[in-house]
Every structure is written in structure tokens, then in C-alpha cells.
Design a protein around this ligand. Structure first.
Ligand code: FAD
Ligand code: EPU
Length: 339
């Protein structure tokens, strides 16, 4: 394996931040990954597993070893009366995998079309969009423990999935490399058009029936019209999570700000649209040098050209402070900050 030094990461993160890695290597097999992790030269070196780089912000150069995941392969590993069990290597591109499933009539991931990144990162924050999260179709994953290179299987419960959360972002942060993910996909689709915009888009498309192909296309159309394409403007999607607050606090806020946007949750709490809070604080479309807040989606911070990671980070802090001051609501970053 080729270990490069002082490798630029600018093209390997969708924010387009010009950071570099002190050491860098790709791995294309679990064997290669094991060798890299067990190399005594790097035993005390911090390691960063890199997928598509679409959910991280480099605030400075990475002083350790960046390991770029290049594991490939998709396989139907099992089936029963209701489900196909489809295993994808962690380095497969997520959207390519979703398209593969749709082409084979494996149903369940269609609402998650066009999310950037790799399969291996999908359980990290239990990616979600348009009324669906991967936990709804997740069966199990395989991961290599960084400390001793042993292979571990995690089922749905083990992953402790939540809204943009999993055990890998919390208790087990930086301890495992996910090498493959197996999904349990429906033979008979359960179509989910609960997210209002999907139905509207299906109508606009003139779709004659609702099926997984059309839902996927509707989601692709909506996403393309709302979110900046990282190939054109650097970004990592929503920079913050939508905050969850109690119904009592929501009612108080609603009295003061009648237009506030919130969605009822099953647990009785309310999820606020962080984009609305940020827009109300006057940030939408603002630029500060090359860093800015997107003009169509206030939840998305952008790099127009050569913004530094810490400029984006500082902007995010100012946004959090102003939302806290105006609404008393704490925003939490969704993007992984790499120091
Ligand atoms: P990376 O950014 O490379 O890594 C993210 C984190 O996971 C890092 O901490 C990294 O070290 C770790 N990691 C990556 N791979 C592995 C692995 N194999 N094993 C262990 N750790 C690993 N997300 C949503 O949930 N819903 C959306 O709708 C959505 N829309 C987006 C739209 C845009 C335009 C963009 C740019 C991003 C969007 N995202 C969304 C965020 C992003 O696409 C997802 O979080 C995605 O899963 C990140 O994948 P990645 O391979 O790029 O991860
Ligand atoms: N809104 C505003 N102003 C804005 C943006 C949003 O007022 O500038 C309000 C609007 O009322 C809008 C509502 O917020 O109706 C919700 O906006 P949108 O439908 O764009 O969704 P979101 O809450 O901003 C979330 C996810 C996205 C996911 C979409 C669709 C989070 C943090 N973000 O965004 O995920 O694609 O819903 O399901 O949950 C990501 O995680 O990176 C991401 C893009």
C-alpha cells in the first residue's frame, strides 16, 4: 500500500476545504485495512476514516493518518418470503447503491436517493430524508475494531440509531471502521409519500402510478431544486440538526412567534425547523468572504471558493449564539468537525 505524505484533501471533502493529511492511504480490501491499522509505525497516530467527505469539516490540517475507503461490491446474500438481504461494501457510493436497489426492485431506500457519500458512512448518523431513515431498512453491519483489528457484527439495536445519531458517533466514536452494511429490503414495496412535497412532485411529474422508481425521481427532483450541488458550491448538507423541544416550550415560542415551524414527534415533543430559526435571525444568503449561508436553504453553510474550515466553523458558532439569544434554543452541529 502506498502511504503518501502531506496529501491535499481539498478534492476529498465536499466543502472543498484546502486541508491536508500528514499521512494518507487508500484501502481496497479488509486485508489492506488490517495491515494499515496494525502497522507499528502508526500505532500512536490518530486515524480518520474517510468516505465521500460529505459530512465533515476540516478546521485545520489533519495531523494523523487518513484512510480512504475504497471497498467495493454489492451482493444479494439471502432472501425470505418478504425480504431481500443485500450487502454492500462500505466504499460503494450511496446513490449508486440506491439506484442498483431500485433497478432490482429491492424496495425501501428510494426516499434516500441522491444523498451524497458512501454506504459505510450511512449508519454513522443514520442518514435520513423525506420521511425515511436507514434504520428502517438496516439489517446489520460488519466493522473492524481499530485497536485490535477484530471483526464485529452490529445489528439494528446495537447501533442505537436515533435522529442523525448512532453508537458510532457517541460511545464508540473513532473505534471502528465499518466495512459493509446489509439492508433488509422489501419484496412488496411499502411506499412512503408522507412527506408532502413528494406527492406534489409526483403530480407535477404527471406520474401515472406511485412506485419506487417514481418516488426516487420525485426525491431527486426536489433535492436538486433545494440543495446546492457540492460540485458547484462547497457544502456538507444541513450543518445543524433540527432541534427537539418539549411541547410546553413550543407553545410558549408559538405565542411569541406564531409562524414558527415545528413538527410533532411520537414522544410528544416537537422538532423545530432549524432553517426557519436561522432565517429569522437574518442569516439566510449572507456571505462573509468566501463563507456563507445558502440563499435557498439557511440550514446549509457554504464555501464559495477558498473559505478556511475555521471561518465556516466560526460562522456556525455565531449562528448558534444568535439563535440561542433570539429563541432560547440550542442548535447542535450535524457535520463532523475534524480538528
Ligand atoms: P464522510 O463525510 O467521509 O464521513 C463522515 C463521518 O463518518 C466521519 O466522521 C468519518 O470519519 C466517518 N466515517 C465515514 N466512513 C466510515 C466508515 N466506513 N467507518 C467508520 N467511520 C466512517 N445526510 C442525511 O442524513 N440526509 C440528507 O438528506 C443529506 N443530504 C445531504 C446533501 C448534501 C448536498 C450534502 C453535501 C450532504 C448531505 N448529507 C445528508 C450528509 C452526508 O451526505 C451523509 O452524512 C453521508 O452519509 C456522509 O457520507 P460520507 O461517505 O461522505 O462520509
Ligand atoms: N425553512 C425555512 N427557511 C430555510 C430553510 C427551511 O423557513 O431557509 C423551513 C421551511 O418551513 C421548510 C422547513 O424549514 O418547510 C423544512 O425545510 P426542508 O424541507 O428543506 O428540510 P430541513 O428540515 O431543512 C431536513 C434534513 C435534510 C433532509 C430534508 C428532507 C436535517 C438536519 N436536515 O432538512 O437532511 O434532506 O429534511 O427530509 O434533519 C442533511 O442531513 O444534511 C440534510 C440535508
Amino acid at each position: 500500500m502506498n502511504i503518501r505524505e502531506n496529501q491535499s484533501l481539498k478534492k476529498l471533502n465536499t466543502f472543498g476545504i484546502d486541508a491536508s493529511a500528514r499521512f494518507f492511504s487508500e484501502f481496497s480490501s479488509v486485508e489492506e485495512l488490517k495491515q494499515l491499522l496494525s502497522d507499528p509505525a502508526f500505532s500512536n497516530t490518530p486515524k480518520l476514516i474517510l468516505g465521500g467527505g460529505s459530512n465533515l469539516l476540516f478546521t485545520t490540517d489533519f495531523k494523523g493518518l487518513v484512510l480512504k475507503n475504497n471497498l467495493k461490491g454489492i451482493e444479494l446474500v439471502n432472501e425470505d418470503a418478504r425480504f431481500y438481504y443485500v450487502k454492500a461494501a462500505a466504499g460503494e457510493v450511496w446513490h449508486t447503491f440506491v439506484m442498483y436497489c431500485i433497478a432490482h426492485n429491492y424496495a425501501g431506500l428510494e426516499n434516500l436517493s441522491l444523498i451524497p457519500g458512501n454506504v459505510g458512512a450511512s449508519p454513522m448518523q443514520n442518514i435520513g430524508a423525506y420521511g425515511v431513515e436507514i434504520k428502517d431498512s438496516f439489517f446489520e453491519l460488519e466493522a473492524l475494531k481499530i485497536a485490535d483489528q477484530t471483526i464485529h457484527i452490529f445489528n439494528n439495536t446495537d447501533c442505537k440509531f436515533g435522529y442523525r445519531e448512532s453508537v458510532f458517533k457517541r460511545e464508540l466514536k473513532n473505534q471502528f471502521v465499518i466495512t459493509s452494511v446489509t439492508f433488509k429490503l422489501h419484496k412488496k414495496p411499502i411506499l412512503n409519500t408522507t412527506y408532502g412535497a413528494i406527492e406534489k412532485e409526483l403530480e407535477a411529474m404527471g406520474a401515472k402510478e406511485v412506485n419506487i422508481q417514481n418516488i426516487s425521481q420525485a426525491v431527486i427532483n426536489i433535492r436538486s431544486s433545494k440543495l446546492p450541488n457540492p460540485a458547484e458550491i462547497g457544502n456538507a448538507g444541513s450543518f445543524f440538526k433540527n432541534p427537539e423541544i418539549s411541547r410546553t416550550i413550543f407553545e410558549q415560542l408559538k405565542n411569541e412567534f406564531p409562524a414558527i415551524v415545528g413538527y410533532d414527534l411520537e414522544n410528544g415533543n416537537v422538532k423545530l425547523a432549524a432553517g426557519w430559526l436561522i432565517e429569522q435571525c437574518g442569516w439566510k444568503g449572507k456571505t462573509f468572504g468566501d463563507a456563507g449561508v445558502h440563499k435557498l436553504q439557511a440550514l446549509v453553510l457554504v464555501n464559495y471558493a477558498n473559505a478556511k474550515g475555521n471561518e465556516i466553523y466560526d460562522l456556525s458558532q455565531k449562528i448558534m449564539d444568535s439563535v440561542k439569544e433570539r429563541f432560547g434554543v440550542e442548535l447542535e452541529r450535524e457535520v463532523n468537525i475534524i480538528y
